[in-house]
Design a protein around this ligand. Sequence first.
Ligand code: SF4
Length: 381
Amino acid sequence: MRPSLYIHIPFCIRKCEYCDFYSGVATEQDIDAYLDALEREFELRFSDRIAPATVFIGGGTPTRLSAKQLARLGELLHARVDLSDCREFTCEINPGTLTPDKADALVAMGVDRASFGVQSFKTKYLGGLGRAYEAGTATAAVEMARSAGIRRISMDLIFALPGQTLQELREDIDQALSHGTEHLSFYALTYEDDTPLTRQLLNGELQPCPEELEREMFTLVGDTCAAADLQRYEVSNFARPGAECRHNLVYWTLGDWHGLGSGAHGMIGGEITAVAADYKVYTRMIGEGTLPFSRREKLADISRAETLLLMGLRLTRGVELARFEQWAGASFATLCGEKASALERQGLIEISPTHVRATPDGLMVLDSLILELASSLETTV
Ligand code: SF4
């Protein structure tokens, strides 16, 4: 399988209240300089054009770029990337930033899949999250993307919002489904360190969603999507048959991908790369002809097996045991047998001759389940 390609655009209109991703506010000149640096990064890293299996442009907010800047990004990509055999080209879109010109620029770039960060269809929750648009904007943006010719539409939504009811979540799911969306992602709100939202929580200014209600919401999302023929294929992701995100499947199965741009991560043949998460440092170093990697490390095979377990158990099809064994140097049963049997008895995982997978109950406690299994490998690492 040819490596995929991820490009990070670390710019946003403003910072959302819950966000701890690497992104920031920048001037037009900063963005122009960033695109120059991105072009140079391609030249420094690849002597020839690359032909990725899939491409994903994420952020940040890629559509924070102007239509002209997106067209420039498209030109530099076409010069350095052979897209003739690309199986999927996704761009993340913040609904409040899309215009018809930008949608046209994305199509000219080769984008065939739009991933909309909708988060909620209700203005009162969008305001609480600090999202820079109102309810209704997402609907218009999806229509704009479709009119420009982007057929594949995905939406991200957040649940377990402070004060959110089951009925309100049901309405959000129904509204997302009403767009004929082929792919939906649902994430429970998390309170990351040092975000404005977490400070509000710590100051007692908001009440988190009760755990029991969050579990009911998780179940509601799965049941409602399944009834609409969108099957859960990853703990937070649902798709019509054949509409799974091919790019993200590369991450979850620990395939190979190049990560370019400030803050991007990549993995080729077990070597992890991370590009400096500071676009000014990135632009300056690239200008000096230096690749600004903040991490470049070849994973030991057993760490690769552990990472495969960590990522692959998120998938409902689970982890391929032969692939695990190839890196772990011993079978899953040998390395994790005791812990795995206990988890199997609790109904949290299932082990077949070819795969280990989390059950629906297991998916609800996935983090602790993964920690439990990974601890079996600790002594080996
Ligand atoms: S748009 Fe996305 S990346 Fe930007 S601040 Fe909001 S959540 Fe973070």
